[in-house]
Design a protein around this ligand. Structure first.
Ligand code: C5P
Length: 232
């Protein structure tokens, strides 16, 4: 899979996401379906968007005992999604079980990537609530390495971390990076942001872009600009 822009479809209903996707009459964007839409509409929303010809990153961030995650991943694999994810904090046994569950009888499977530390967790809350006292940058890289050693395909990380992840885990280990904004755009609640062109330069494999596209006056133009900046 090459470099691409993934559009975060953070809508709360099927109608809202269909009316957004209906605007794209040319290239069908790679879409991210998160918890909000999945819990509102159930697995059928995944089948319907897939049927419309989109590739799908199903962002449900699984984290449970290995057996439960293995069985849940087998169900998600049956939905024919392209990328799924989990929390690396579930440890190696959970990640290995997830891979087993995802692998279809014919040997194919969706890509599996890990969340390291959520970007909403900072050094202070990690030390206070999780009793982890290493520097955040090292924790993130260690989780990425653990995910790689378990056989995963990559991590979701801040664009600021992508280069370090590639240095430690290799160029083929995927970095999927949210927190992308156009140079003149509204940052919203994202604190550490990069433009699509900067994310390309530091080696992100996929950028996840939500509001700069979904809330744009012309979402198709915003998407095309994003693709041009990131891939050209
Ligand atoms: O609208 P915006 O471009 O900020 O959307 C970014 C998307 O990426 C959202 O769906 C958000 O939940 C997700 N995300 C993130 N930061 C992370 C992990 C996921 O912004 N660390």
């Amino acid at each position: 899979m090459g470099k691409d822009v993934i559009v975060a479809c953070d809508f709360s209903s099927a109608e809202a996401v269909y009316s957004f996707l209906d605007k794209f009459t040319g290239k069908k964007p790679f879409v991210k379906i998160g918890m909000e839409l999945f819990y509102a509409e159930g697995p059928d929303i995944v089948r319907q968007i897939k049927k419309r010809g989109h590739r799908i990153f199903l962002d449900l961030k699984l984290h449970d005992i290995p057996n439960t995650v293995k069985k849940a991943m087998a169900v998600l694999s049956g939905l024919d999604v392209d990328i799924v994810n989990l929390h690396a904090a579930g440890t190696t046994a959970m990640m290995e079980a997830a891979l087993e569950g995802l692998t279809r009888p014919d040997g194919t499977r969706p890509l599996l990537i890990a969340v390291t530390q959520l970007t909403s967790t900072d050094q202070e809350s990690m030390e206070r609530d999780l009793l982890i006292h290493e520097p955040m940058a090292e924790v993130v890289i260690h989780y990425a390495e653990t995910a790689k050693n378990a056989g995963l395909d990559g991590v979701v990380c801040s664009p600021m971390e992508a280069a370090a992840v590639h240095d430690r885990c290799g160029r083929d280990f995927l970095t999927v990076t949210p927190g992308v904004r156009f140079a003149e755009g509204d940052r919203g609640d994202q604190k550490r942001v990069m433009t699509p062109a900067e994310a390309k330069k530091i080696g992100s494999d996929y950028i996840v872009v939500g509001r700069p596209i979904t809330a744009a006056a012309d979402p198709v133009a915003a998407y095309e600009r994003c693709v041009a900046e990131f891939t050209d």
